[in-house]
Design a protein. Structure first.
Lengths: 464, 298
């Protein structure tokens, strides 16, 4: 009895101990085991990414780098689910990776949390000059210090089913919102026999509305993006009014795909691949999606987003600004930086674009890299109407917002109607009040830029 | 074995779980009790704001809407799940051929993760090619697809999924209770000429009193706290129609949807967490008070 009790107690402690043992020592210079061909000491680096789509390429490049630098061993982990939470836990438990993928929206927060090491001490003047045109406050620099640099950008387009357009007797993709509404109606009427609809959006996600509205609004207008007017330094959601009215009309016409309210992007793509959707909006990842994830027989194409009145006054927003960052807690900063520097090299980034993993925004790469061998990618290559916008205080503001978020207000209007002017007025009041709070708390330093005009972004990513 | 040794043995057994409970159960509660009076987003110096977070909570229509949604969700789930699992338990407690297999089938949803369950139901209920709509349209019951996950029906769909996931679990608890009722009570009742309904009402239900009290209490607390499948199914949408208390709370600590802010609101989240715990606690207490009679019967 006594023996059994102690055995049980021992087993309990062993279990508890094994929980604690589920951690690894990252920042270690480890000795290789005897008999190995590897050198006696290796610098071990841990690299986390959120991206699954390019993991084969990254692993291949890591092997290449390890071959060039036999003293370096890089452990690569894709943490696709709950990435931000995983990073928080890793830093609070002193198990942070040395190198980590970062989204632009997380850069200010992670810098404030003390996660990121500035590149300033490591970056050479030559490398800095390659990125001069794409350094953006609160996207990759904070208080003038560089914490990450961009590699690729999301170039947004209207994606359409050519077969359905022809069936509906439409010769070309819409260039105005009125045409988009009309085309959606015609496609729905012509596609009744196969259950096809004019337009779809993945409105389950908070980004569903934005995927449609941001490309249209930024290409149509000159004042800003994400509801933020750079000229006044205030939120003005009136910039979305025409787009919202057009989407509402499409719902009223019965041309919006049923179920769009709760649609995710992958089911939407699956339906598009089956020829059930006339038009939707998304970015430059789509060609590789239809090559690998949802191979399709339909004829599809993509075009610049339509605008309010057919005039391209601004620049279609390119989402870009960040890629790799270095952990402030890393004990191997020099080694980590050498790897980061190599990953940003023209050689690696050119291979990245040519491999079809994304469209580069690094001017030296964009000039040298060929288009990847992926059908449809040609529609997403940079044009003079694409541009990277300055950072807005949208994220910091929503962190202080009281009441319903704009995505819920707009989705409700699109699907059920209501007094749009009143809704916009209420959103402006609440978001600007939250902006003041965010500024007072030091969450953002973004101020008005009275001289801003999105027209000036035209041509910034390509030479004429 | 002397007293000291016995004490050491006892503490050795208790210590691992006690330590884990203190770290992962008790410490976060005290942490939240502190930060509900602070403005804190997870970085920088927390700023003491007194009752500001609670004032904001009183003004927060979205939170109170989530409380109403929670009551509808929990109420709908309970009203159907408890009687259904009771009936199933009574049927599957009889000498029925294949009852073990049927019990296993009904219990299976309990061992499937809520997230996986929600993904499967998303496929079944989606309006464009979901199986439910195809069956209904094939049978001529509806002429156009129903948007099961749209604003009108999403909460009902979430309740249906919750019922499917819970019935087997409560059925098993009822069966355990039924098997504790002495058979001679039924035999005596039969000799006195009691029919099946009479036996059910006068023996089964009263004898199950304490078990029923526990099952309903479990069902209430689990239903009020449930959010996992809703998070996967609709993320609380469309536009808040399926937002329940604990999903609202979760999003303040761990923002889930792209397109929104990724900034955590620990201070306000702690105030919401405290309030939701008070709401669930109060309902449980009221239930205990109201259901005292169930325990008094036997």
């Amino acid at each position: 009895m006594k023996k059994n009790q102690w055995m049980l107690a021992g087993a309990s402690l062993l279990l508890a101990g094994s929980l604690a043992a589920c951690s690894s020592n990252n920042n270690a210079t480890t000795e290789a085991e005897g008999g190995s061909d590897k050198p006696a000491e290796q610098t071990k680096l841990v690299y986390w990414s959120i991206d699954r789509h390019d993991s084969d390429f990254i692993e291949q490049k890591i092997s290449e780098y390890e071959g060039l630098n036999p003293g370096v061993d890089i452990e690569f982990k894709v943490m696709a689910d709950n990435y931000a939470q995983s990073v928080d836990i890793a830093f609070s438990s002193k198990q942070a990776p040395d190198i980590l993928r970062v989204d632009t929206g997380n850069v200010p927060t992670w810098v404030k949390k003390g996660y990121l090491e500035s590149f300033d001490e490591y970056i050479t003047p030559e490398m800095k000059s390659r990125f001069e045109n794409v350094l953006i406050n609160e996207k990759n620099t904070i208080d003038g210090k560089i914490y990450t640099l961009p590699n690729i950008g999301q170039f947004w387009r209207l994606i359409y089913n050519v077969d359905l357009f022809e069936k509906a007797g439409i010769a070309a993709p819409p260039t105005t919102l009125a045409e988009m509404v009309e085309d959606a109606k015609k496609i729905t009427a012509a596609g009744k026999d196969i259950g096809a609809y004019g337009l779809a959006g993945n409105f389950k996600s908070g980004s569903g509305f934005e995927r449609i509205a941001h490309p249209i609004t930024t290409l149509s207008k000159t004042v800003g993006t994400e509801g933020f007017n750079f000229q006044t330094g205030q939120f003005d959601f009136g910039m979305y009014k025409e787009t919202l009215e057009a989407l509402r009309q499409i719902v009223e016409d019965g041309s919006m795909m049923p179920g769009s309210e709760s649609l995710d992007i992958d089911p939407l793509r699956a339906q598009f691949a089956q020829g059930k959707i006339g038009m939707y909006f998304n970015h430059s990842v789509e060609p590789s999606v239809y090559k690998t994830q949802f191979p399709t027989d339909i004829r599809w194409a993509a075009a610049l987003p339509p605008t309010v009145d057919g005039k391209q006054n601004g620049a279609s927003q390119v989402i870009s600004g960040s890629y790799l960052a270095m952990s402030k807690d890393s004990g191997q900063k020099e080694a980590a930086w050498k790897f980061i520097e190599w990953m940003y090299s023209d050689e690696v980034q050119t291979a990245y674009q040519e491999g079809g993993y994304g469209v580069s925004v690094i001017p030296s790469v964009a000039a040298a890299a060929k288009a990847p061998d992926i059908p449809g990618i040609e529609y997403f290559l940079p044009t003079k109407f694409d541009g990277i916008y300055p950072a807005t205080p949208f994220g910091a503001t929503e962190g202080r917002l009281e009441g319903t978020k704009k995505m819920d207000v707009f989705n409700r209007y699109i699907f059920t109607g209501g007094d749009l002017d009143k809704e916009i007025q209420d959103l402006n009041t609440r978001y600007n009040a939250a902006l003041e709070k965010a500024k007072a708390a030091g969450d953002t330093t973004i101020e008005a830029q009275p001289d801003f005009s999105a027209a000036n972004l035209q041509g910034s990513l390509v030479s004429e | 074995m002397n007293g000291t040794k016995r004490q050491i043995n006892a503490w050795t057994f208790v210590a691992p779980s006690l330590i884990l409970t203190l770290i992962f159960g008790v410490y976060p509660v005290f942490w939240a009790l502190k930060y509900m009076f602070y403005d804190y987003q997870g970085f920088g110096t927390p700023l003491f704001v007194g009752l500001d977070n609670f004032e904001r909570l009183l003004r927060d229509k979205d939170f109170w809407k989530s409380v109403v949604n929670t009551f509808i969700y929990a109420g709908g789930k309970l009203v159907i799940t408890i009687p259904l699992s009771f009936v199933l338990a009574v049927v599957l407690n009889r000498a029925l051929k294949g009852r073990q297999l049927l019990r296993a089938i009904y219990f299976m949803p309990t061992v499937i993760s809520a997230s996986v369950m929600a993904i499967v139901f998303y496929v079944i209920f989606n309006s464009y090619n979901g199986m439910v709509n195809q069956l209904l349209m094939g049978a001529g019951i509806v002429s156009a697809p129903i948007d099961w996950l749209g604003a009108k029906h999403a909460l009902v769909t979430a309740i249906i999924i919750a019922i499917w996931g819970a019935v087997g679990n409560y059925m098993l608890l009822f069966i355990a209770g039924l098997q504790n009722i002495p058979e001679d009570l039924y035999e005596a009742a039969s000799l006195d000429g009691a029919g099946p309904l009479r036996k059910m009402w006068s023996i089964t239900v009263p004898m199950l009193g304490p078990v029923l009290q526990m099952i309903i209490m479990l069902a209430i607390t689990v239903s009020l706290k449930g959010y996992e499948s809703i998070m996967v199914l609709t993320e609380g949408g469309p536009y808040g129609k399926t937002e329940v208390m604990y999903l609202y709370l979760y999003k303040l600590f761990f923002p889930v949807s792209s397109g929104g802010s990724s900034i955590q609101q620990f201070g306000y989240g702690s105030a919401v967490g405290f309030t939701t715990a008070v709401i669930v606690g109060l309902i449980t207490l009221i239930y205990f008070y109201v259901s005292k009679k169930l325990n008094d019967i036997y």
